[in-house]
Each structure stands twice: as C-alpha cells, then as structure tokens.
Design a protein around this ligand. Structure first.
Ligand SMILES: Nc1ncnc2c1ncn2[C@@H]1O[C@H](COP(=O)(O)OP(=O)(O)O)[C@@H](O)[C@H]1O
Ligand SMILES: [Mg+2]
Length: 306
C-alpha cells in the first residue's frame, strides 16, 4: 500500500499564506511520486486531527511560529509520527535569532554586530544605534516586521499598537553589499544564490520574497570561488552547530569592500520556503535534483526523536 503522508501546512504564524503555497506545492509533488497525501491545515486541534488520520509520516511545510520553532515537532515526537526537517531542539534554536547567533559565534562564524531589545525599550529609548541599522523581531521569518533604517527612522515600527511591549527585537548594524543564501540538503551545501531586488534601494522584503519578478535570483552567485566556498562551508557549519536535519537554508550578507572578511551570517531557516518561487527548489534544480526528488529525499529522512 502507498505510504500515507500528512502534509502540514498553513498554521498559525504570520507566514501562514506562504506555508499554504509551500504545502500545496509539496503535496502535489508527493502525489505525483505515488504517495497517498492528506493536506492538513494546522490549528490547535492538530493532535486530534493526526490521531484520527494516523499517517505513516508527516511532511512539515509550516513556516514561522509553532510549526518551525519546535512545538509541532514536539507534538509529532510525542505521537511517534516521523516527520521531515529538523527536530525540536534545532528548530527552537534556529527560530530564536539571538540564541542561534550565540551558537554561530561560538563556532567561529561572524554575525552582524548588534543586540537584543524589548519593543517597549525601543519605543521609549533613544535611537538604538547610529544608522544605518536593521531592526527585526527575534523570532519571526519572511522579513515580517524587518525595518532597514538607513537614516535611523523607526517611527512607523515604534508607533505600532499591535506589537506587545515585551516582544523581543534585534538591532543590528546594517551590512551593505550582496544578499546570499545557501541550502544544505542532508550533509551537503547545494549552491549559493545571490538575490538582487530589482528596485534600487529596496531589500529582500516580504513582497520581494513572494511576488514574481520583484527580486532576481542568480544561481550560482557570480562571486569569486573562495567566497562561494566560504558561504558553503559556513552554511554547513551553521546547519551542524544547530543540529539541523533534512534541509536548512542559511541567509548571508557579503560586503566585498572587506574582502574575505566581508561575510556575515544572518540566520538559518529550518523550514525554508518550498513555493514555486522559493530558493531551495531552485538550488536543488541547479544541482540536477527535481522538485519531486527533493520532497522524496526529505520524506526518506523523516524521523522522530524518542
Ligand atoms: N544586518 C543586516 N544588514 C543588511 N540587511 C539585513 C540585515 N538583517 C536583515 N537584513 C535584510 O532583511 C532580510 C530578512 O532578514 P533575516 O535576518 O534573514 O530574517 P527573516 O528572513 O527571518 O525575516 C534579509 O534577507 C536582508 O535582506
Ligand atoms: Mg531570512
């Protein structure tokens, strides 16, 4: 009998819409590969839904809070359902950017200079840093609420009433130059993509990530071999230091004016986008791995921690 896969998608985070697209894309590919697929839009009733479905394996296509931060992984461990991507610990570590950075730094990787701050202190205090700087939530993805303050203006962000006072943010020195990303599949770095927003002065924001034609992806990145090798090496080390499984994708900035010292690691995504526009499928394709093969490889690596 065909293996029954529950594709977990949607969910409760700010990245819900993206996850629905990732999930549908993966579900269709899995069906094409001969799996029996049930699409599950994840809510707080997930344990009851899974108890009824009794899938052989869960394909985790969630992004952001709950689905990417170890909580859904914990439910699956408890229920004994093998799942794709990282386990509880790696997921929780990667989702918390300040915590992940502590580990990256201790492994000799360079992250942007910066510090953690609570939203109310950002609201009440003096400008957090000399511009240009970046302010971003400590635990979100998809560039949600990321502010690039080239001239130090964060008035729109601090004026927001929908953000809880104790929400943790990161303030980071703005790193100029190239935007790079590198996926690690299994134990191998796939390739390096350079992302160039088409509009000058814009950054890789939510719209650029999910609107066709707003950002250009160059695969492989047109940079000197030693830089590419360094990005691949750091992506592998970052994947390893957090204990990621299956696949991860590390985001970088590279400032060529600093030569080989210009590379800075921003974050690791344990549930990278799997939409038709996403970076991981594109890198896999560049390496001769079709989308169907990619989802099968992830299913083959599915497990739970007992
Ligand atoms: N320190 C920084 N310097 C320059 N650009 C940054 C910096 N931090 C974030 N960015 C920009 O914001 C985007 C999103 O930031 P990132 O740390 O990858 O968080 P997430 O993707 O989880 O929202 C990056 O892809 C980059 O374009
Ligand atoms: Mg990112």
């Amino acid at each position: 009998m065909n293996r029954h896969v529950a594709v977990l998608m949607g969910g409760l985070s700010a990245e819900r819409e993206v996850s629905l697209v990732s999930g549908e894309n993966c579900a269709a590919a899995l069906e094409e590969q001969g799996y029996r697929v049930t699409r599950v839009d994840v809510g707080r009733d997930l344990p009851a839904v899974l108890a009824k479905l009794k899938p052989d394996v869960a394909f985790n296509a969630l992004h952001g809070r709950i689905g990417e931060d170890g909580r859904v992984q914990g439910v699956l461990d408890l229920m004994g359902i093998p799942y794709t991507h990282s386990g509880v610990l790696a997921s929780a570590l990667a989702m918390d950017k300040p915590m992940a950075m502590r580990l990256f730094r201790s492994a000799g990787l360079v992250c942007p200079e910066g510090f953690e701050i609570e939203f109310e202190d950002l609201q009440d205090g003096p400008p957090p840093m000399e511009p240009p700087f970046v302010v971003k939530p400590a635990a979100e993805g998809s560039s949600v609420d990321v502010v690039i303050a080239m001239k130090g203006d964060i008035a729109d962000l601090v004026g927001r009433e929908d953000i809880a006072p104790d929400t943790r943010f990161l303030v980071e020195r703005y790193v100029p130059g190239h935007e790079l990303t590198c996926a690690v599949l299994g134990e191998e770095a796939l390739t390096v993509t350079e992302i160039r927003p088409k509009k000058k002065g814009s950054f890789y924001d939510y719209r650029a990530k999910y609107t066709e034609g707003v950002a250009e992806h160059i695969v492989p990145a047109p940079l000197p071999r030693p830089v590419i090798d360094k990005v691949c090496d750091w992506a592998l080390r970052a994947h390893w230091v957090l204990g990621c499984r299956g696949i991860s994708r590390a985001d970088f900035r590279y400032d060529p004016s600093k030569g080989m010292d210009g590379l800075v690691l921003l974050e690791v995504n344990t549930q990278p986008g799997m939409t038709p526009m996403s970076l991981v499928p594109e890198q896999a394709k560049h390496r001769g791995i079709s989308f169907g093969e990619l989802v099968v490889r992830l299913i083959e690596r599915a497990r739970c921690d007992r």
